[in-house]
Design a protein around this ligand. Sequence first.
Ligand SMILES: CC(C)(COP(=O)(O)OP(=O)(O)OC[C@H]1O[C@@H](n2cnc3c(N)ncnc32)[C@H](O)[C@@H]1OP(=O)(O)O)[C@@H](O)C(=O)NCCC(=O)NCCS
Length: 112
Amino acid sequence: MGFHALSGEGLTRELDHLWVAPEQLGAGVGAALFVHAARTARAEGASELRIASDPNAEGFYVKMGARRAGEVPSRPAGRTLPLLVLRLASASIALGIGLLQTLGGRAVLRRA
Ligand SMILES: CC(C)(COP(=O)(O)OP(=O)(O)OC[C@H]1O[C@@H](n2cnc3c(N)ncnc32)[C@H](O)[C@@H]1OP(=O)(O)O)[C@@H](O)C(=O)NCCC(=O)NCCS
């Protein structure tokens, strides 16, 4: 269905990958994976999650509670990517309640 990958350690973690299989797009899988990544980072002691976002995914991360914090060079070089930050301490309510309410009606959670 999809996967995520975190990197870094300590107070700041990076979301290096978040991918959903094309046939599952729009079904809540991305949000469920994002919540899992954020909860994992927070449980491991991080206070913020940074995302060098694909430009097309920025709206998704904003919907998940992250905020634009600048731009970073892409790898490989050649363009800049939006940098988004999710503050994990202040996101506790959103992560614990808001996003789960958002996800509550979705098929992915009914199957989980
Ligand atoms: C971005 C991605 C992970 C979203 O996954 P998804 O499973 O389709 O997202 P969800 O169904 O969980 O959507 C959650 C909410 O975000 C919104 N959303 C999803 N993708 C969006 C986008 N690209 N822009 C704006 N909003 C988006 C949905 O409409 C939904 O909103 P709603 O709750 O109001 O209905 C997925 O499109 C993907 O894998 N893209 C290709 C890889 C990629 O770009 N990953 C990011 C790398 S930084």
